[in-house]
Write a protein that binds this ligand. Structure first.
Ligand code: FAD
Length: 318
């Protein structure tokens, strides 16, 4: 079922969802089941599965030269979506990226999604590759998420690439895009970022999932600013419980977000990462309670492959 239909059907009740990441190549999918199993009692209405960018590896050819190959360390997004949908009877949302994919590859991926009965896709640009300073569009791929949204919308109206064919047999994907309450790290201002977010919605995005934030006011202000900018699709808050002390440096560096002083002090005063995990859980519970009171459509949690903390939060909320 489409996310927008889930929201409509819920009639103002906040729904539970979470994001998982595929296991590293060479590991079993059982890892993911172990993460998902404890969360199923809270009846998630959707599970997002991330897609990782490709990276370069250098193979020693033995003659003093190195061979550069491309690899994907966490493949299997679509297979995982299909497996989970089948095993748990839950809607799964594959993340579809511009970076690393040509438009043709994206079309084939979307055709696979359609055949598998996947109703929702998350359209994202993706980040720069590990060795790149800035994102560079893949040759034959899209430069921005908006362009990917347009391709998905085209498919929804039966229009395939290169005008080779038009058909009445159409997909009907519900399209999610990313939003950034504290602005995307490359954007010169929040207002400019909102302008580009509006372009994604105008192109056909049906809902927005936010980057993690730790101060709910940032989310509430973002939702207001989005409304003022003419964005009227559901904005799903993304919540990540802090889990290790290193997150204090890592999260602001990677996602360009601020952490509230009270949270920083609480984490800094922890002696072990077990204590930090508990602080993270308690903070996320407080955040979730306030968001729940504000009638947000979903509470969406970033699991990063571990669910013990999400289970504690969900137990307190759902
Ligand atoms: P876009 O919407 O294309 O925006 C990228 C930047 O370009 C922004 O600064 C925007 O303001 C700017 N911009 C947009 N249009 C224009 C224009 N026409 N002219 C100039 N500037 C413009 N990454 C992954 O690799 N895999 C994942 O699975 C994944 N999942 C994610 C899930 C969520 C909920 C979120 C919030 C992020 C996720 N990301 C993921 C990270 C995401 O790919 C990065 O944040 C990426 O840098 C931006 O993606 P986007 O879709 O927001 O890009």
């Amino acid at each position: 079922m489409k996310i927008t239909e889930h929201i409509k059907k819920a009639n103002n009740k906040t729904l539970f969802s979470f994001e998982i990441i595929p296991p590293k190549k060479g590991n079993s999918i059982q890892q993911l089941y172990n993460c998902i199993d404890p969360l199923m009692e809270f009846k998630p209405h959707l599970i997002d599965v991330t897609t990782s960018r490709e990276e370069f590896v250098y193979i020693d050819k033995g003659n003093g030269l190195l061979d550069r190959k491309t690899t994907r360390s966490r493949p299997g997004t679509l297979g995982i979506c299909a497996a989970i949908k089948h095993k748990y009877d839950v809607d799964t949302v594959p993340h579809v990226l511009c970076g690393g994919f040509t438009k043709e590859e994206t079309e084939y991926l979307l055709v696979d999604c359609h055949y598998l009965g996947i109703d929702n896709v998350m359209a994202l640009r993706g980040d720069a590759m590990a060795h790149q300073k800035y994102f560079q569009a893949t040759e034959g791929g899209h430069p921005f998420a908006k362009d990917l949204v347009l391709q998905i919308k085209d498919l929804n109206s039966g229009k395939y690439l290169h005008n080779v064919m038009e058909t009445d047999y159409k997909s009907d994907f519900c399209i999610g895009v990313a939003g950034y309450p504290e602005k995307h790290l490359e954007s010169p201002s929040l207002q400019t970022d909102l302008k580009h977010l509006k372009e994604k919605v105008d192109a056909g995005a049906d809902y927005i999932v936010t980057q993690m934030f730790f101060d709910n006011q940032k989310y509430f202000q973002f939702v207001e600013a989005a409304k003022e900018a003419g964005i009227h699709v559901p904005i799903i808050p993304g919540i990540k419980p802090i889990a290790v002390k290193r997150h204090l440096q890592l999260l602001p560096q990677v996602f360009s977000i601020d952490l509230p002083e009270t949270l920083i002090s609480a984490v800094e005063s922890c002696k072990t990462n077990k204590d930090v995990r508990q602080v993270g859980v308690e903070w996320a519970i407080q955040q979730s309670k306030e968001l729940l009171e504000a009638n947000v459509p979903f509470l969406h949690y970033y699991s990063m492959g571990k669910s013990d903390n999400i289970k504690k939060i969900a137990s307190a909320i759902f």
